[in-house]
Write a new protein. Structure first.
Length: 302
């Protein structure tokens, strides 16, 4: 199993469950309120760690209760937190999440995640040397991503980037990225394409992009530019928060295997993740993932 280095965000998710999302100016009564550990970086680190990868996370939290709780949770998930900075300059990042009919709407306040600097990344160079694969997202600043992609390239480590939340990416990052994992909406923003279909964009970047498609699975191209599809696995969804993160963490954990097989595992892990509340709540262990796949195969007619 891979040694995975994640460079990314750490948030406390403040989650309200409601039957209906309020309109502007409207007040509603919700059903439940909960706090859950989150942040795309932390979520992807936890997903990879539960599957058995050896994971180090580079990030930043505030010197506050949320930060302390999140750090101790990451340690319990067997994640190396040695390169997580605690800052007095900002509060720990939070995400305000409304879950309605299993779908979500999210506002992130980055806080300490935006204090993480390129200098922090350079100071953690030894972690890049140790890693088999480096994984990042866009909840930390672009200069931080740029530094991570550059150090990964310098040490010949594949750099995987989940471009969420979406932003147009400078060529310097794209050139140092082995694989991008946008959804359909993020794909158009990352490549600044409005005139072409997502199929055309994927075909223009052979074996460089896996496009996630929610419950419909994932699409990617092989080195010849031919479109490939991994269908999603139908499950009863409770909370879809963190499904994409589970997909990405799984991808990093199994990086190096055939892309079709990695996507099959990542879709199955993503499907399991939505069956429990919270971004990290349903992320499967290695055993849970393979038991689930075995049960699916057993159900198939011979
Ligand atoms: O991808 C889900 C995550 O996005 C949540 O955990 C929230 O913190 C936001 O960063």
């Amino acid at each position: 199993m891979n040694k995975v280095l994640v460079v990314g965000s750490i948030n406390m998710d403040l989650v309200v469950e409601t039957d209906k999302v309020p309109d502007l100016g409207e007040t509603l009564l919700g059903q439940h309120f909960n706090t859950h550990p989150g942040g795309k970086g932390a979520n992807q680190a936890v997903a990879a760690s539960r599957l058995g990868a050896q994971v180090t996370l580079i990030g930043c939290v505030g010197n506050d209760t949320f930060g302390a709780d999140l750090l101790s949770g990451l340690k319990q998930e067997n994640i190396n937190t040695q390169f997580i900075r605690i800052t007095d300059q900002a509060a720990t990042g939070i995400a305000l999440i409304t879950v309605s009919q299993s779908e979500n709407a999210i506002i992130v306040v980055p806080g300490a995640n935006h204090i993480l600097s390129p200098a922090d990344i350079y100071a953690a160079e030894s972690a890049f040397i140790e890693a088999d694969v480096v994984l990042s997202q866009l909840e930390v600043t672009l200069p931080v991503i740029q530094a991570a992609a550059e150090i990964a390239a310098r040490h010949n480590k594949p750099f995987l980037l989940n471009p969420a939340p979406a932003a147009p990416l400078p060529d310097s990052i794209l050139q140092n990225t082995a694989l991008l994992t946008p959804n359909e909406h993020e794909l158009a923003i990352v490549f600044s394409t409005t005139a072409e279909t997502w199929q055309e964009t994927l075909q223009k970047h052979p074996a460089k992009v896996v496009m996630t498609h929610g419950r419909h699975g994932a699409w990617f191209t092989n080195t010849a530019g031919e479109l490939q599809h991994q269908p999603g696995i139908p499950v009863r969804a409770v909370d879809t928060t963190g499904a994409g993160d589970t997909f990405n963490g799984t991808l990093a954990a199994f990086w190096g295997m055939d892309m079709g097989e990695i996507c099959r595992l990542a879709c199955a892990a993503g499907a399991l993740s939505v069956t429990r509340p919270g971004a990290q709540g349903g992320m499967p262990t290695h055993k849970e993932l393979f038991d689930f796949l075995a049960a699916l195969n057993a159900d198939k007619p011979a």
